[in-house]
Design a protein around this ligand. Structure first.
Ligand code: PMP
Length: 394
């Protein structure tokens, strides 16, 4: 049966992690990771999460099935985080939200639903994008193309290129947009940029699919949702895949959601019924623990304040590391763009040859594209990293 099965290509980032694990140097640093590390270099377990988990454990609840679209109080809390408590869309019950298996699971059920709805629509993702976007939409049966996004010359956004490409897409094309903290570049759109994108989306009749995996890691919970809220105000129908993997440091619990903005409550009811069919035939219903913890935190005033403070500390620590790196690299060149970028990642501008040198000579691991995880820097390794980068760019 399996004699003709070929070996699939290795995931480049997992390969990097394996090489890092096997490296015997004591002062090695892994900047290739995709998770937030605290100042001590650990994946944090947030206090708000610990307290909610303790209460859940003590309550000794039975383990029945969840509804197909998950915990209702969780879905409602997701909507408020994304659209804001006073959103008229929520008052009009025009948004369908389903708990999903992380941001990835949300993208997947959204893609499967769209495939039934618009089987021939092309999907456009940013160049570059999170590496799973292309594979995920291709696996759902779509043809995937790229729109220009990152401008290597300015270390910023190629807005004109992006707008031109979006303008030439056919009506109904699906456009995947990173709502904040773009992975892998760290380059985000300003609100003025978003307004221009929204104009094109509306004029061309495109279908926006917003991916927001880092809400709260850029400028704040509400500020990072600005794009979502601008699309909501624009009166278009769109999709939002959101994730608590990073903002709650709950990576392995797979906590995310898909929200679909429709034109009316009647539409929402019909869309919800079809989305539930997609979920039912994929995994039937989502797991309980992670979403119950997030729901308990978001729906409890005290725990929520604790979480917002902890999220703020993570955000500020990342920004302090960006600042620290720029300051330490000032002698080697102008790296100010690293401070302008947002979220965990930065396109550092390092070439793949420079990344190789960092690894071979200094035990510092980064992705070949020059992507570094700023959240893996701390006071104990930042001097060494900056010295090494200064050496390889000299
Ligand atoms: N979208 C983007 C842009 C991401 O960077 C990630 C995770 N790295 C995801 C989605 C998926 O998140 P999750 O781990 O919650 O599935």
């Amino acid at each position: 049966l399996f004699s003709s099965v070929e070996l699939a290509p290795r995931d480049p980032i997992l390969g990097l992690n394996e090489a890092f694990g096997a490296d015997a140097r004591a002062d090695k640093v892994n900047l290739g990771v995709g998770v937030y590390y605290d100042a001590k270099g650990h994946v944090p377990l947030l206090r708000a999460v610990r307290e909610a988990e303790k209460a859940r454990l003590e309550a000794q609840l039975p383990r029945g099935y969840l509804p197909i679209d998950g915990i209702a109080l969780y879905d409602a809390a997701v909507q408020t985080l994304l659209f804001g408590a006073t959103s008229p869309l929520l008052a009009d019950r025009r948004v369908v939200t389903a708990q999903a298996l992380g941001g990835t699971g949300a993208l997947k059920i959204g893609a499967d639903f769209l495939k039934r709805l618009s089987p021939a629509a092309p999907v456009a993702i940013s160049n570059p994008s999170w590496e799973n976007h292309r594979a995920l939409f291709e696996n759902a049966g779509f043809t995937v193309q790229e729109y220009p996004y990152y401008d290597a010359a300015t270390h910023g956004l190629n807005l004109d290129g992006m707008l031109n490409a979006l303008s030439s897409l056919p009506a109904g094309a699906i456009v995947v947009l990173h709502a904040c903290c773009h992975n892998p570049t760290g380059v985000d759109l300003t609100e003025a940029d978003w307004a221009r994108v929204i104009d094109v989306v509306r004029a061309r009749g495109l279908v926006p699919f917003l991916d927001i995996a880092y809400q709260g890691f850029g400028d704040g919970i509400d500020a990072d949702a600005a794009a979502v809220r601008m699309f909501a105000d624009a009166g278009v129908s769109f999709f939002v895949a959101s994730s608590f993997s990073k903002s709650f440091s709950l990576y392995g619990e797979r906590v995310g959601a898909l929200s679909i903005v429709t034109a009316s409550h009647d539409e929402a009811v019909r869309v919800q019924s079809q989305l539930k069919r997609v979920i039912r035939t994929n995994y039937s219903n989502p797991p309980t623990h992670g979403a119950a913890v997030v729901s308990a935190v978001l729906n409890h005033e005290g725990l929520r304040a604790t979480w917002e403070a902890e999220l703020g500390q993570m955000r500020e620590r990342i920004r302090a590391m960006r600042r620290g790196l720029v300051e330490r690299l000032a002698r080697a060149g102008d790296f100010g763009f690293i401070e302008d970028q947002r979220g965990m990642f930065s396109y550092s501008g390092l070439s793949s040859a420079q990344v190789d040198r960092l690894r071979e000579e200094f035990g510092i691991y980064a992705v070949g594209t020059g992507r570094i995880c700023v959240a893996a820097l701390n006071d104990g390794n930042i001097d060494r990293v900056a010295d090494a980068i200064a050496t390889v760019v000299a």
